[in-house]
Design a protein around this ligand. Structure first.
Ligand SMILES: [Zn+2]
Length: 362
């Protein structure tokens, strides 16, 4: 099926280097035989985008190159051999990647053969969310594209990608009845953890949210945290007892992305506990660990990177069913022309989540 592929150019953010992102008229992406073209109705940006912007580099973006990876929109065109179930006018959200996904297991990469799809050696990334249109490669269409019901706003669906990373952690770190969980960081990710864990386990676990900002902690409470701790003033362990009933949590989620927060999370853990290392840090960052404690207290560290198609599907379901009310995390809405303002907001942490609208006039 061939549909009308819009000809001509579109407005798009193009990354040229460190702190150098320009809004340019570029050709509307050309489609391969199995690809789809979507109109981007909403996009969002996260700390990965901020890092890419500051360093002017990402292994998955050729510079100069299209920028942005979280989006939702409407299918407008398809390549000649695209899956016919996708039709123009459909409201969709797609993940930013797809694993190698060879039909024959022998052809798959080693991590995919072992079911570790987020570690795929041939993970295909898709960039270009900060634009009026985006190409959806056939491989993503086949495993990581979902139709949205009419009542789900695009700006909420956009958050499926970061939520999928949280779902990945929820799946990889199963909890037991009565577990005490501390989440270090009440930014968008930390708050998604509170909500997703509460939804998954109900009141069978206790959740504490730790952050330096009282307004974020207040939101954590409304999303289901049993207690909150402003860690600015220290004395975390003593106050942890007031919040969780014990000084040492069984699971600590590091949702900040710093060496210091990792160290604090490790120190906080109880015997037999699990540190969920969610926040990414710069290459070469070293975490000094008390190996004695690691061994004799059987402390586990489970790093979480990216997501799998199953995690992404879980995230879309949680947003559509409003099990995880992501609308609470949206604190700013801007036209695409304000991309730089939006990047500044991520950097200064003045907004939880900023949504960009590529078709709004500047
Ligand atoms: Zn693979």
């Amino acid at each position: 099926m061939i549909m009308n592929v819009p000809n001509g150019t579109m407005l798009a953010a193009v990354l040229h280097g460190a702190r150098d992102v320009r809004l340019e008229e570029v050709p509307i992406p050309r489609l391969g035989p199995e690809d789809l073209l979507a109109k981007v109705k909403a996009a969002s940006l996260d700390f990965t985008d901020r890092k890419v912007y500051l360093h002017g580099y990402h292994p998955m973006i050729q510079i100069p190159g299209l920028f942005g990876h979280e989006w939702a929109g409407i299918v407008v065109a398809a390549g000649e051999r695209a899956d016919p179930r996708w039709r123009p006018g459909m409201r969709v959200v797609a993940a930013n990647s797809a694993p190698c996904n060879e039909p024959d297991p022998v052809g798959r990469c080693r991590p995919c053969q072992r079911g570790r799809l987020s570690m795929c050696e041939r993970l295909l990334y898709n960039n270009g969310a900060f634009a009026r249109y985006i190409r959806i490669p056939g491989r993503i269409v086949s495993v990581n594209l979902h139709e949205l019901p009419p009542d789900i706003p695009f700006e909420e669906a956009v958050l499926a990608e970061p939520l999928a990373c949280v779902m990945h952690a929820v799946r990889r770190v199963p909890l037991s009845n009565g577990d005490l969980v501390a989440i270090v960081g009440a930014g968008p990710i930390g708050l998604m953890f509170v909500s997703a864990l509460r939804a998954r386990y109900g009141r069978t676990i206790r959740i504490a949210s730790l952050d330096h900002h009282d307004d974020r902690l207040a939101l954590a409470e409304t999303l289901g945290a049993d207690g909150v701790l402003n860690t600015q003033s220290g004395l975390v362990r003593a106050r942890m007892k007031d919040v969780l009933g014990l000084e040492r949590p069984d699971v600590v989620v590091e949702a900040v992305g710093s060496e210091q927060a990792h160290r604090e999370a490790f120190d906080l853990l109880g015997r037999g506990g699990t540190l969920v290392s969610f926040g990414g840090v710069a290459r070469g960052t070293i975490l000094p660990l008390d190996l004695h404690r690691l061994h004799y207290e059987e402390v586990q560290i489970v790093p979480i990177y990216h997501h799998t198609p199953a995690d992404f599907a879980d995230a879309v379901r949680a947003i559509v069913s409003r099990t995880v009310p992501v609308d609470r995390l949206i604190t700013a809405r801007l036209p695409l022309s304000e991309l730089r303002t939006a990047l500044g907001m991520v950097e200064e942490r003045t907004a939880l989540r900023t949504i960009l609208f590529p078709h709004l006039p500047p």
